[in-house]
Design a protein around this ligand. Structure first.
Ligand SMILES: [Cu+2]
Length: 538
């Protein structure tokens, strides 16, 4: 049985072993204690054992900063003399570790390191995404999605995660284009400074296209943040954290149907990568550094800490700065969540400190000894964040998160509100209205739920009896409400929904009307079929 779909039956409910960890930890009242993917990954005989590669032999690559190729206007998109960038989406090959041969990848740039846009609030940019991919995918197509048989295998469409954009530029899954095609998108940037990331969202293949390498950084800045005096320039480092698996010849590995099951319901690789290298190292000075961290893995949750047990300061989350900085030694990031953290290396000159996720080593910081002046500051108050009052909500939507298992206990499908992507739209919201969305998770997985277009606030979480719900659809709460932790007190665009719990968020919909979507950001879940359209209407 593959490590991706290995499942045990526990009390009659099919669970992966990682889920069992979640379940156990959850039963002890702290589901954060052992998230999915926290287990030490096992490797399969048909894959390279990446755990045996020597760690920390390659320097951390930094993202390739993009420069505009002039300015353009596009009346239909609402762009006037906006900086214009063209992106060639193509196949490349790159060495991901000193001791591996070059690996075939797809890229928005020219290397395995993600490309990076830097943009400023209220200054929109145009990006022309051009598909220069060959007709054949570098991964086995494992598409359970209906109706995609005649679509080109190497279709793509880019979504800028967390961006407030008109629907036409949002990267709707069905807006894919094949080799030779392109799509011009306008990103108005009318939102606060934050770290966004672009990734593929093409119908039925996004999880494969992301594994292949279609991810990029997009850092948005504003004057309010600039004025704080946070570490900047070479002391501000973006980190994409993700996992991959490899064949014995060093090529990307993804479970291949039909031999290994029709659907890999989660993907957990045994190699930890940062910015295009396996377990890289970064030489740092003994001073404060700001790290923009994004979990860009398909399924893995990272439970971040430092190998010396040291703490770090958290200053931001998905949609920018928190109201107040806080100090912690552990931070759980689900797929697509971002965190803005500051590590002060001035207390550990000459030391080697590893960034870890439980027992996994992700990368190494090598702290220099030369004393330097550090004029950066970390104010305790960062930004005013007004909590949205619950009374502003005009409607509460109750949505279930569902898993359907076959006779063998293997999941065959996961859904939102028992509906498929192709079912008629049920979530139709009014422009500039506020709603509470209540996610009742009937499954044993933590699902990171993401809404396109909007930012939101997390209200609370409350465990309920799934058994009662399955009997008569009644909600019986079995424990008190839990308030969100300090890392969730800012603006979010992904929310972790723990098992057997109702997670509530409050959302203001706008500023655009049109067709958007909400989905689980475990990309394997999204593909089969935890993804639903929603409409914003005037
Ligand atoms: Cu999910």
């Amino acid at each position: 049985m593959s490590s991706w779909n290995r499942r045990r039956v526990l009390h009659g409910i099919g669970l992966t072993s990682a889920d069992v960890l979640v379940k156990r930890a959850f039963g002890q009242g702290s589901w954060h204690a052992a998230p999915q993917g926290a287990e030490t990954p096992s490797h399969k005989p048909t894959t390279l054992n990446a755990m045996k590669l020597e760690p920390f032999v390659d320097p951390l690559p930094l993202p390739e900063l993009q420069a505009p190729q002039g300015h353009r206007s596009d009346k239909a998109l609402g762009a006037t003399e906006a900086p214009y960038y063209s992106v060639s989406i193509k196949k490349i090959s790159a060495k991901l570790h000193r001791d591996l041969p070059a690996t075939a990848l797809w890229s928005y740039g020219n290397s395995a390191a993600p490309i990076l846009w830097e943009a400023r609030k209220d200054q929109g940019i145009l990006i022309d995404w051009i598909n220069h991919l060959p007709p054949t995918h570098i991964l086995p197509l494992d598409s359970p999605m209906a109706g995609m048989l005649h679509a080109p295998d190497t279709r793509t469409v880019a979504h800028l995660h967390g961006a407030r954009v008109p629907s036409v530029s949002d990267g709707y899954p069905e807006d894919w284009f094949g080799p030779g095609g392109h799509k011009l998108c306008f990103y108005p940037n009318q939102q606060n400074a934050c770290a966004l990331w672009a990734h593929d969202h093409a119908m039925g293949v996004s999880r494969l296209n992301v594994i292949a390498g279609l991810t990029a950084w997009y850092i948005l800045r504003d004057e309010e943040e600039d004025a704080l005096g946070l570490p900047s320039g070479k002391y501000e480092v973006p980190l994409f954290l993700y996992d991959r698996s490899f064949t014995p010849s060093g090529q990307l590995y993804y479970p291949n149907p039909p031999d290994e099951g029709a659907w890999a319901q989660e993907f957990l690789g045994d190699a930890m990568l940062v910015n295009g290298k396996i377990q890289p190292y970064l030489q740092v000075e003994p001073r404060k550094y700001r790290f923009r961290v994004a979990n860009t893995a398909n399924s893995r949750f990272f439970s971040l800490g430092l190998s010396n047990g040291g703490s770090f300061i958290v200053i931001g989350s998905d949609q920018g700065l928190l109201g107040e900085a806080f100090t912690t030694s552990r931070l759980v990031l689900g797929p697509s969540e971002r965190s803005d953290i500051v590590i002060d290396f001035s207390v550990s000159p000459g030391k080697q400190i590893n960034l870890i996720s439980d027992s996994l080593e992700i990368m190494q910081f090598r702290v220099g000894t030369e004393k330097l002046t550090d004029s950066s500051r970390i104010p305790s108050r960062l930004r005013d964040i007004d909590r949205i009052p619950e009374r502003e909500s005009i409607r509460t939507r109750f949505m279930t998160l569902n898993e359907f298992d076959g006779d063998n206990g293997e999941a065959t499908m996961m859904l939102l509100n028992r509906k498929h992507w192709n079912d008629p739209v049920t979530e139709i919201v009014g422009l500039n209205t506020t709603e509470i969305w209540s996610f009742a998770n009937l499954t044993q997985d933590v699902h990171p739920i993401h809404l396109h277009l909007v930012r939101f606030q997390v209200l609370d979480r409350q465990p309920f009896s799934v058994e009662d719900y399955l009997n008569d659809e009644s909600i019986r709460y079995i424990a008190p409400k839990r308030s969100p932790g300090p890392q969730e007190m800012g603006w979010k665009d992904v929310v972790q929904c723990p098992p057997e719990t109702v997670t509530r968020i409050i959302v203001r919909f706008g500023p655009y009307t049109g067709r958007y979507l909400w989905h689980c950001h475990i990309l394997e879940h999204e593909a089969n079929d935890m993804m639903r359209p929603y409409l914003v209407e005037r």
